[in-house]
Design a protein around this ligand. Structure first.
Ligand SMILES: [Mg+2]
Length: 292
C-alpha cells in the first residue's frame, strides 16, 4: 500500500487483471482481507490526540503486514472517501467500496478504477437501468430535489425530500416500477440539515452485497475475511458469515441485536466485540483473528 496521491483512472479495469498485478507486485498471495467501514470505525468521531495516536498505531501495523488485502467499505462517495483517506493518512486500500455498496473501485498505485464487472451487476440489479434513467423517471415530482452532483453515483440517486415523505415515496415507487427499475428506496432524516433524504439504490444492494462480491473475486477464504464496523449500515455485512470486529463504540442496541442474531444463525464464534473503540478496536480484532 503506497501513499502516492490518489486519482481516478480514465478507463475501467477488470478485477482479475488488477489482482494478478497485485500478486506480482507483492510477490506474495494475499491470505487475509480486512474490509473496514470508515466513519466511526477507522475514522474516529472525536478528533483527539489520543484517537489520532491510536490510528497511527493501526496504520503502522497494517503497512507492515504481509499478505493482507485492505478494503474500505463506506457510505461516502469516491471523492469524499479519498478526502478521508488523505486527511487521516490511512493506508491506500487495494479495494474501495463506496456509495453504500453500489460502487467498487480497484486501487493500484494510487489510481482508483471502477470495477467493470461490478458495474454490470449493479445495472442488472437496477433492472437494466442506470442512475440517469432513475432521474428521468422521477423528473417533475416537485417535492424531490436532487442532492448535489458529488453525492450522486452511477447506481445511487440521492434526493432531498420534505420531512413527511410518504406520498412522495409512493409516487416515486409507482413511477420507477413503470420504468422497469428494481430499487430499494431508503428514506432517512438528517436532523442537522433538518431535511429528509432519499436514496434510490439497486434492489438488494447494500454493503453486504459488495463484501460478498469482494469475497468471490479475491478468493480469500471466508474465515480469512474480516469485516469491521460500528453501526446499523454494517449490520447485514456483519451477519454475512465472515469474521467480524465490532468496535467498542458501536451502539449498545446494535451489539445486543448482533449477539442475538449471530446466536440464531450459529455465527457467535465469528463475532469479536473489541474492548477498544475505533482504530484501536480494529487493531485489537485483527490480532484476535491472527491477521497481524
Ligand atoms: Mg460507520
Amino acid at each position: 500500500m503506497r501513499c502516492t496521491g490518489p486519482r481516478l483512472a480514465p478507463s475501467y479495469v477488470q478485477m482479475d487483471s488488477v489482482l494478478a498485478r497485485l500478486h506480482v507486485a507483492s510477490m506474495s498471495i494475499p491470505q487475509y482481507l480486512l474490509a473496514s467501514d470508515l466513519d466511526g470505525t477507522l475514522i474516529p468521531l472525536e478528533r483527539s490526540a489520543k484517537r489520532l495516536r491510536e490510528l497511527r498505531e493501526f496504520v503502522h501495523a497494517v503497512r507492515d503486514a504481509e499478505g493482507l488485502l485492505l478494503a474500505y467499505v463506506t457510505g461516502r462517495h469516491l471523492a469524499l472517501a479519498q478526502r478521508g483517506i488523505e486527511e487521516f493518512e490511512l493506508p491506500l486500500p487495494d479495494l474501495l467500496v463506496c456509495d453504500v455498496g453500489t460502487s467498487v473501485y480497484r486501487v493500484t498505485d494510487g489510481v482508483y478504477a471502477p470495477d467493470e464487472e461490478y458495474r454490470k451487476e449493479m445495472r442488472t440489479a437496477f433492472g437494466g437501468l442506470r442512475g440517469e434513467d432513475v432521474k428521468s423517471a422521477l423528473d417533475g415530482i416537485e417535492s424531490l430535489k436532487l442532492q448535489e452532483d458529488e453525492k450522486q453515483a452511477e447506481f445511487k440517486v440521492s434526493y432531498y425530500t420534505p420531512k413527511n415523505v410518504d406520498w412522495v415515496l409512493n409516487e416515486a415507487a409507482d413511477r420507477l416500477k413503470s420504468a422497469g427499475a428494481r430499487v430499494n428506496l431508503v428514506a432517512s432524516y438528517d436532523s442537522v440539515l433538518e431535511r429528509g433524504l432519499l436514496d434510490v439504490l439497486p434492489a438488494g444492494v447494500a454493503k453486504d452485497y459488495a463484501v460478498r462480491y469482494l469475497h468471490d473475486h479475491t478468493k480469500i477464504a471466508a474465515e480469512h475475511l474480516i469485516y469491521a464496523g460500528d453501526s446499523g449500515n454494517d449490520r447485514a455485512a456483519m451477519l454475512a458469515g465472515y469474521r467480524v470486529i465490532v468496535v467498542a463504540n458501536a451502539e449498545e442496541s446494535l451489539k445486543s441485536d448482533l449477539r442475538k442474531e449471530a446466536a440464531k444463525r450459529r455465527l457467535s464464534g465469528h463475532l469479536y466485540f473489541a474492548h477498544h473503540p475505533f482504530a484501536r478496536g480494529v487493531l485489537e480484532g485483527c490480532r484476535h483473528f491472527g491477521v497481524l
